[in-house]
Design a binder for this molecule. Structure first.
Ligand code: PEP
Length: 252
């Protein structure tokens, strides 16, 4: 079953006290039972975040994970480490990981396979650059990103995957894809999945949109039929704004 999701990616923001107060603020928010709420604090605070969200409807997600199970990889975090503290989901493939840490499709597929084989579910991010869109290559670029990564997986893996289409030109820029641009791409993504698998798989996967979603544009973006929610950066750092975005995705 396709799920409505709003996930906050806190990136390298918020120290210990800021993380605690933001979680406590979010816990005071109204609950919309038809929307799954996720937050992704920085690594040092994951375990504490898991404690703080107990008895709330908030899930805690990792921002990244390493592609090897263990070894001499100074500064990295393994699937096993995340699982051992109770984390069951991770973001993989965020455009900032691709851009600043040179994570290519080969590495990302390695990460995806390792995570899934250890029951660490994933939010897989992908999306075109501004130049791709300007030269009308955005569909081709997105299809290639998917073909080289998640479309290689077996059908059973798809109940552990959430996709996040994030056009790079819209991330942290204040520029948003129009609701129609988002819908058009999400529909195309479902078609790619349909062609590689079947109707059930393509209909059941949740596809989030990410890129400068804020309270003022969330309603219209989430109203599109193939948009199941959002991966939210900047606006997830403010409890009020994040709550309004969650509300925008609820039909209650
Ligand atoms: C993101 O980092 O995934 C993101 C969508 O950021 P922002 O909402 O700030 O554009």
């Amino acid at each position: 079953m396709r799920k409505k999701i709003v996930a906050g990616n806190w990136k390298m923001h918020n120290d210990l006290n800021e993380t605690i107060s933001l979680i406590n603020e979010l816990k005071k928010n109204d609950i919309y039972s038809d929307v799954i709420v996720m937050i992704s604090p920085a690594f040092p605070f994951l375990q504490m975040a898991l404690e703080l969200v107990k008895k709330s409807n908030i899930e805690v997600v990792s921002q990244n994970v390493h592609q090897k199970p263990k070894g001499a990889f100074t500064g990295e975090i393994s699937v096993e480490m995340l699982k051992s503290i109770g984390i069951n989901k991770t973001i993989i493939g965020h455009s900032e990981r691709r851009k600043y840490f040179n994570e290519n499709d080969t590495v990302l597929l390695e990460k995806v396979k390792l995570a899934l084989s250890n029951d660490l579910d994933i939010i897989f991010c992908f999306g075109e650059e501004l130049l791709d869109r300007k030269s009308n290559r955005h569909f081709e670029v997105v299809m290639n990103q998917l073909k080289k990564t998640v479309l290689n997986l077996d059908k059973d893996s798809w109940n552990k995957i959430v996709l996040a289409y994030e056009p790079v030109w819209a991330i942290g820029t204040g520029e948003t894809a129009s609701p129609d641009q988002a819908q058009e791409m999400h529909e195309f993504i479902r078609k790619c999945i349909l062609e590689s698998y079947d109707k059930t798989t393509s209909e059941n996967v949740s596809i989030l949109y990410g890129g400068s979603v804020k309270p003022s544009n969330a309603n219209e973006i989430f109203s599109k039929k193939d948009v199941d929610g959002g991966l939210i950066g900047g606006a997830s750092l403010n409890a009020k704004d994040f709550q309004l975005i969650i509300k925008a995705n609820s039909s209650l």
